[in-house]
Design a protein around this ligand. Structure first.
Ligand code: GSH
Length: 357
């Protein structure tokens, strides 16, 4: 079992229990590879996310290597993961969930291989083990790591979700959510139930790209920079950038319904996945506690508004979200205690219809 450096305590070995999971790390067997986000820390103590590795594209051109055929692709997700849930949200709102199958891993990281110390995403043994998670329907893999090892014999990166899997070629097409959602937006329109929905329309592209730039660095990835910082200075820097960005969102959303105007776009889906996790997890677990999201009236109502878009609520599994974060990062939350609150009802009425469509 791989034990990221950040999971290590200054003892020769230790055991932690998270619900039904037990992780035992042997100090002397630490391997050097940085194969988990928890380990991506620069010398300054700041979290530095590495780039995704599989970057092929599915195309509407049926003669291409990865043609957009119904039934050919599978999306592996974790309901806990904001990046994976972007893709799931697209699957639902574009009406692609019949053409592209999906399945979810267990929320809490576990041992991925008996032979070493790595801890990561694993599949349950049965459909009843964890509600919402299911055994790997395609390859019988025990872990997401095994999928990467099927796709590539010399892979040295992290074993992340989402994964867009090609059932025909038995490989990973792409593991970068920002690219998977672009494919789902345009390439499958011949088989999508909602082909006319365009979340990246030509006339808004520049604005969406510009918005994604700061929302990604300061909010989506910003919360991780707060939570995974190993020194005070990078933490303070990340928190101040996060709250400047949230203040900017609040200001924009006080004037218009969505982050790029009066139309739902990709930028909203990308922002939403972080906002929906904010008060339940990031405030406590990642120390983003300068202000609660529900203290921002416009952002809070906006989050409810997006949650209530047809198909989106089914992509939010708060039990998996809380179990994962609080249960999978022992360097941050050693005893895996899951805070009981705040249990916000995002299906409650919102006021966003006050803005013209
Ligand atoms: N850039 C990737 C990031 C994906 C990512 O970091 N996923 C996390 C879950 S939230 C993961 O699978 N981490 C596994 C690990 O760090 O070992 C994307 O947007 O698709």
């Amino acid at each position: 079992m791989f034990c990221p450096r950040s999971l290590l305590l200054p003892k020769s070995s230790f055991t932690l229990s998270f619900f039904s999971h037990r992780f035992t790390c042997n100090y002397k067997n630490i391997v050097e590879m940085a194969r988990s986000s928890l380990d991506e820390i620069s010398d300054s103590g700041a979290f530095a996310r590495s780039a995704s590795t599989f970057r092929q594209f599915v195309s509407r051109d049926l003669n291409s290597q990865f043609p957009a055929e119904s039934g050919r692709y599978h999306l592996y997700i974790s309901y806990a993961c904001p990046w994976a849930c972007r893709c799931l949200a697209y699957l639902k709102i574009k009406g692609l969930d019949k053409a592209i199958s999906f399945s979810a891993v267990k929320p809490i990281w576990g041992i991925t291989k008996e032979s070493d110390k790595h801890v990561g995403w694993v599949f349950p043994e049965s459909n009843t083990e964890v509600l919402g998670a299911e055994p790997d329907p395609l390859n019988g893999a025990k872990s997401v790591r095994e999928l990467y090892e099927i796709a590539s014999t010399n892979y040295t990166g992290k074993f992340t979700v989402p994964i867009l899997w090609d059932k025909k070629l038995k490989t990973i097409v792409n593991n970068e959510s920002s690219e998977i959602i672009r494919m789902f937006n345009t390439e499958f329109n011949n088989i999508a139930e909602n082909p006319t929905l365009d979340l990246y329309p030509t006339e808004l592209r520049a604005q969406i790209d510009e918005t994604n730039e700061w929302t990604y660095h300061d909010i989506n990835n910003g919360v991780y920079k707060c939570g995974f910082a190993k020194k005070q200075e990078p933490y303070v820097d990340a928190v101040s950038r996060l709250y400047e960005a949230l203040d900017k969102c609040e200001d924009i959303l006080s004037k218009q319904r969505y982050i790029c105007g009066n139309k739902l776009t990709e930028a909203d889906i990308r922002l939403f996945v972080t906002l929906i996790r904010f008060d339940e997890v990031y405030v406590v677990h990642f120390k983003c506690n300068k202000k609660l999201l529900r203290e921002y009236p416009n952002i809070f109502n906006y989050t409810k508004d997006i949650f209530q878009v047809h198909g989106i609520s089914g992509t939010v599994n708060m039990e998996h979200i809380k179990l994962h974060y609080y249960g999978s990062h022992p360097s941050i939350n050693p005893f895996g205690i899951v805070p009981v609150g705040p249990n916000i009802d995002y299906s409650a009425p919102h006021d966003r219809e006050k803005f013209p469509a």
